[in-house]
Design a protein around this ligand. Sequence first.
Ligand code: UD1
Length: 367
Amino acid sequence: MLQNINMKILNVVGARPNFMKIAPIVEKMKQAPDLEPILVHTGQHYSEGMSDVFFRDLGIPVPDVHLGVGSGSHAEQTARIMVEFEKVCLEYKPDLVLVVGDVNSTMACTIVAAKLLVPVAHVEAGLRSFERRMPEEINRVLTDHLSRWLFCPTDTAVANLKREGIERGVHVVGDVMYELVVKFGGRGELPPGWSEFGIEPQRFVLATIHRAENTDDEQRLRGILGALVELATDLPVVVPLHPRTQKLLPGVGLQLPPGLRIVAPLAYGSMIAAEGSAALVVTDSGGVQKEAYWLGTPCVTARDQTEWLETVDDERNLVVGAQRDRLLKAARRQLSRGRRARPAIAEATAAAKIVQMVASEGAAVLK
Ligand code: UD1
């Protein structure tokens, strides 16, 4: 009955954390005979290390459309994406727009599609930090309220949506990011070249800091960097540095001791390897918290809250804020407890479920 319906889907990516979420979905869509997936890259992230390398490593097809919007203030970036994406929607006339995560591209494209009456599917729906000072929280709330399909990673996400009155179109599908972690391994091997660089497996700390709430607040940034500098007297601390943080460092004027190794942003496979072989991860990223949890690596989160409540089970992830002494105490506590067993997780089937539901329910709506 559904065979003759060819559903045109615009899949949107824009920034680094989107790429690992779209990769398994696009792969599954390509195998579905009734779907016509079209990949749109807004260009929110555009450098080799923040964008191109992920397409190559994750086997994501070259985008069919590239909007080339680049960086800017929130309003500038969002507005440029909206203007350009509206043209794409008018040209391609999609039956559905699929967005992932919570970056500005996610929200901007959702607003455009909703106003053109194109149904939106949101992957990683229902996450909440309950902190409206985070731009991502605003993006999540708006995207969820405008979406027709809400694909949630956890029951907590479903409960969050219910509290906001969203119950229609909500499905728990598991975590789409888990699929790639399983595929890439992270079973203790170092990233290529790291042993030459003097790093030994399980004898280093991996740290990533990029959230606006930390980088744009000098006191918080100083607190985090101060803790990492001190921690580097115990073990080497490797910091793949996000361009946003890189730009702000000179202004903070911290002396970086030799133990603190600043490196360029890592490609996906290297990042998973580094997370899987570190003694400890210190981060303010949502995705890195989850990956550390799945890989059995203890984590300290330099934020005041987390959207990923399962990661704090058994103190695998200590969420302690950005104050130097608290971070240091938590890090040393995690180091003394050591690495954990990987948690038992059901199969990695989120992408397959999403594509199957989009194909069947989407076709039913289009009929
Ligand atoms: C965005 C997301 C954030 C996500 C993060 C991952 C929003 C609101 N935030 O933040 O949720 O965790 O991506 O990286 O969407 N830059 C480059 N090269 C690039 C991209 C950016 O040098 O390819 C620099 C630019 O100077 C830019 C700055 O990084 O001004 C920040 O980029 P931006 O897209 O504004 O947000 P992110 O901080 O990356």
